[in-house]
Design a protein around this ligand. Sequence first.
Ligand code: CMP
Length: 156
Amino acid sequence: METTLLILKPDALQRRLAGRILARFEEKGLQIVGLKMAHLRRELVEEHYAPHRGKPFYENLVRYMTSNPVILVAARGRNAVRVCRSLLGATFGYDAAPGTIRGDFGISKSMNLVHASDSPESAERELGLFFQGYEIFDSRPADLEWIYDPVEELDE
Ligand code: CMP
């Protein structure tokens, strides 16, 4: 099982889409193992988006991400990083395929509703930035045997 970081960005909350967006991940079979709301400090956003520092959109991105509260989510599942990225769709809403979160709810370039870590290494780094160890919960979902094949998958 892999755990990844999702950030429901300020536009998701301002547009009252947080519940519907979170439902997409739950419906897929991902388990929410951490969740909190925060108004992010600039330093934290700068650290999170350090790989983008210096790019033309960087300042605007930091301003947007610190403008209003966000919801931070730790989501767990098999190949969670890849699965969550595919649920999001392409970075820009106007490119994102219908059926994806960005494809269904957004049309903007920078206001793209949700962030999801782009690799297992990024997930580990980003989860460490936003969550303390005790804020991630290891409870076993009661329906796990119906989300994954108990013989083929849960024994691995
Ligand atoms: P996210 O998945 O959070 O990762 C970096 C963010 O930067 C991205 O979503 C967008 O919000 C933003 N971004 C990436 N590329 C561009 C771009 N070319 N112009 C504006 N914003 C961008």
